[in-house]
Design a protein around this ligand. Sequence first.
Ligand SMILES: [Fe+2]
Length: 367
Amino acid sequence: MSKPPVPRQVLVVEDDARVRGALREIFVNDGYQCLVATNGREGLDAFQMERPPLTLTDIRMPVMDGLDFLKRARAIDSDAAIIVITGVGDVGTAIESLKSGAYDFIVKPVNVEGVLIAAERALERRQLLMERREYHTLLERRVAEATRDLTAALNELDDTYRSTIEALGSALDTRDIGTHAHSRRVVGYSLALARAHGLPESQLRDLEHGVLLHDIGKIGIPDGILLKPGPLAPEEWKIMRTHPDLGRRLVEPIPFLRGAVPIVYHHHERWDGTGYPSGLRGETIPLGARIFAAADAFDAMTFDRPYSVAISFEAARREIERCSGTHFDPAVVETFLKLPLELLETIRNGPASPGQPATKNPLTREH
Ligand SMILES: [Fe+2]
């Protein structure tokens, strides 16, 4: 059995008993449930209690006038449909009431048809406004949900990219210097150094990619040269020194890695201009590459390698300081020397990638 329809409710605020009675009769005869009040104050109490969807209010009333009632009622419920009843010729009041949020006005003397049409129209308009707002809310919620889903998908994609690059960095280390944890540590030192040097967070991702992939060009260096136990012949050095350019050509076509190119290409430049491939000098060397150079050298010195024994953190810091202005950017060195030893130790001892014990390739050297 379906429920009987809820009667539409209307509040009539009118001090004139005859008009009030006539309005009440009009509404009741048309199936409305009608509440009445004799002034604005009473009307506001009834409004607050019942929250009627429709209200008709006279303007000139004792205690609280219709305009005051209108403003207060709209402040309580901005969806309230309120129609004001004005006297003939009182256009100014009608306009003011519309400005204050009245839906409509009717002019005395009231007639049945005019009242019911105005009431119907006001209720329809109220319904439309409420539906439109609900629709907007629904749309906003859907947009928020879609944005959340998209953000989650992008984050997942980001994680996938990151894992892929990390795996590639580890693979490169393992083939070259024989320990996959080298890239993890150099990323750690580089990021700490970059932050302390004032690089914005937005540039750290490119730095990280560049550090992880700096030697990717070595993929194109034959094993006979890359893994040669003895010293390289001049011709072999020439080939070895093509790896920054090989790396640049590998990375450049990949849009999300483009920011890593300056580090990949310039990671063997030196502050005094004696590096390669371009022989850049000073601040013409990209800052990421200058930061990487110090971080990489620090790790190379403080971690046992097949061709060299690790020295202490303190000794490595002194060595980096000694090479300030020749090999390294003096400003970067200054920042590096201020990094707390505990931070460097934490980075050094950080977790290795799961399932990949550090192994060493006894045949490799620093290039
Ligand atoms: Fe390199």
